[in-house]
Design a protein around this ligand. Structure first.
Ligand SMILES: [Zn+2]
Length: 208
């Protein structure tokens, strides 16, 4: 297991989590989700000497990608998403309008990932777990004993399934058959709210 450092930022009116994950040895890093280009991100990257290679999107909802164009420029990083969520990302303004926010430019992506892909970054091997249900192209990223779960799994809750591409059956299958197969001691870093553990959610998440 490599040493890695996780820094968390909270941004936007829906209080989205953004995570900076740094490989301690090489300082190569990824940013997970891109709600907003809050200055603390660039500041933390600079202070820690990190080199952000990729911005990994857990899914294409507007509140996770609104800051992507700006963050890509600031960090000089490549954007990564599952292709099945492109349709949501491309239609970002249907969602911003729904939430009374100003129009945004749909981001461009440099890399598309699928279930089982391994993304090497420094000494880290980032595993892609496709978890449809909240959206068709929703993914989780597993880095060592840390799972970045987007809006698939929250502490004692799960993502909503009433938006385009959502399916409670698929979400439930993704969580039961993929995430709950992981070790109990894996820390879960969700797209909103506090961290939790796989073992804790198996016992206490009453929605699954
Ligand atoms: Zn979402």
């Amino acid at each position: 297991m490599t040493g890695i450092t996780v820094k968390k930022f909270i941004a936007g009116q829906l209080e989205n989590n953004i995570y900076l994950v740094i490989d301690d040895r090489t300082k190569k890093a990824v940013l997970i989700d891109a709600s907003s280009n809050v200055p603390e991100i660039a500041q933390t990257v600079k202070e820690s000497g990190a080199d952000v290679e990729y911005i990994l999107l857990t899914h294409g909802h507007f509140d996770h990608i609104m800051g992507l164009n700006s963050l890509k420029q600031t960090l000089n990083a490549k954007a990564v998403i599952h292709k099945d969520d492109l349709i949501i990302s491309d239609n970002i303004n249907e969602y911003t309008q729904l939430f009374g926010l100003p129009d945004s430019t749909a981001p461009k992506y440099e890399l598309y990932i699928k279930d089982g892909d391994i993304i090497p970054v420094g000494d880290m091997k980032i595993k892609v777990i496709h978890t449809p249900g909240h959206t068709e192209g929703g993914v989780c990223y597993l880095i060592d004993d840390k799972l970045f779960s987007g809006d698939t799994l929250f502490k004692e809750s799960v993502g909503r399934t009433d938006l385009f591409g959502g399916s409670f059956q698929k979400l439930s299958d993704s969580i039961k058959n993929k995430l709950f197969m992981l070790d109990d001691n894996i820390t879960v870093f969700p797209g909103h709210g506090p961290t939790t553990f796989i073992g804790y959610e198996k016992k206490h998440n009453e929605l699954i």
